[in-house]
Design a protein. Structure first.
Length: 182
């Protein structure tokens, strides 16, 4: 996912601060919550960009909404609001999480399956693909997709590993068509 230059600059500054104060894990957890809140409620960005609402009111709402967050995060969000960069908050959060993942040798993965995977199945996939990609760990998000017929499809970064039945059938079809067109 590409982030704006502005979002990356705030993320880098917060990342450096988090490293200095040994708060990377805390900030990552808090920013995952911030990102989820902004992604699930589009009214927040609209409110934070509204010209009729004072900057102090905007900062008070954010401070109240994330009252359990660290002062470093609240100060960063307040600074972004002061500089009229509230629309960049979700991108900054994503960029920060990406930096922490890279720093820790971790990568996010989406696993599409016909049914919810058990914890053992997730753990097994995590071990196999983390080793295959030379990572310390893989964070798996399981997405149920009944159109797969069976098997799994993994999306790790910009790579897709398709072990689904429908994917295998498509590959067989392409091979048959290419053989017949020779």
């Amino acid at each position: 996912m590409s982030h704006s230059v502005v979002a990356n600059r705030y993320a880098v500054a917060l990342f450096q601060l988090g490293q200095e104060k040994s708060l990377l894990a805390t900030l990552e957890e808090e920013l995952r919550v911030v990102r989820e809140v902004f992604e699930t409620n589009s009214n927040i960005t609209t409110f934070l960009n509204h010209p009729a609402v004072s900057t102090e009111q905007k900062k008070a709402i954010v401070k109240d909404a994330f009252q359990h967050a660290s002062k470093e995060l609240i100060n960063t969000l307040s600074l972004m609001i002061d500089r009229r960069r509230a629309e960049e908050i979700p991108a900054m959060a994503s960029a920060f999480v990406g930096m922490v993942n890279e720093f820790n040798g971790v990568q996010e993965a989406e696993v599409y399956s016909v049914r919810e995977l058990s914890d053992d199945e997730k753990e097994s996939l995590q071990k196999v693909f983390a080793e295959k990609l030379g990572l310390n760990a893989l964070r798996i998000q399981n997405i149920v997709d009944t159109s797969l017929l069976g098997g799994l499809k993994l999306k790790i970064g910009n790579r897709i590993y398709d072990g689904s039945v429908s994917g295998k059938l498509e590959r067989i079809e392409r091979n048959l068509v290419s053989v017949n067109n020779r």
